[in-house]
Design a protein around this ligand. Structure first.
Ligand code: NI
Length: 170
């Protein structure tokens, strides 16, 4: 198990497009294992290779903590619907912002054995897949954010207020 250093916003590696993975080898396997370890260690729900300084089309996602998913050379085939919600990124520490994304995604990618698979996702998992997929094009969510970036404390306060309002309305 190896935890890699997570690059932070301002590091130019986060703004560069990634290259296709041509073949699976020991080095890439190790990178993928480290990406999972690094994501779990940081309490994240997704991590893309450029976030650990590697410009390869690889990302990992786990939105439940029990459902690790790996995407190599992913291609978004279809999107539809719309969702707006708060989003964060391990490369933009301690901040969140409101982002609108499709609510549904169909994606094609390669697995650890370089076999092609297709999967569909909705809601938060779709958001995570689209967020990580953007990283492979050098795009961060802050480029898509509506309104200000909030600190964790501001977001927690907002969520408390929202909850209180919803209770009042009920
Ligand atoms: Ni991110």
């Amino acid at each position: 198990m190896a935890i890699r250093n997570i690059r932070q916003i301002g590091d130019s590696v986060l703004n560069k497009p990634c290259k296709d993975v041509k073949e699976m080898n020991e080095r890439t396997r190790e990178l993928i294992e480290d990406m999972f370890d690094t994501m779990y260690e940081a309490d994240g729900v997704g991590l893309a290779a450029p976030q650990v300084g590697i410009l390869k089309k690889i990302f990992v996602v786990d939105v439940t903590g029990e459902d690790p998913m790996l995407f190599i050379n992913p291609e978004i085939l279809e999107t539809d619907g719309e969702q707006t919600g708060y989003e964060g990124c391990l490369s933009v520490e301690g901040k969140s912002g409101l982002v609108t994304r499709p609510n549904h995604v169909k994606v094609k990618a390669l697995d650890i054995n370089m076999n092609e698979f297709e999967t569909e996702a909705e809601g938060f998992l779709a958001r995570a897949i689209l967020h990580e997929s953007d990283h492979l094009s050098g795009v961060l969510y802050v480029d898509k954010v509506e309104g200000p970036l909030l600190t964790n404390e501001e977001l927690a306060k907002l969520m408390e207020e929202k909850e209180a309002n919803e209770k009042n309305e009920a």
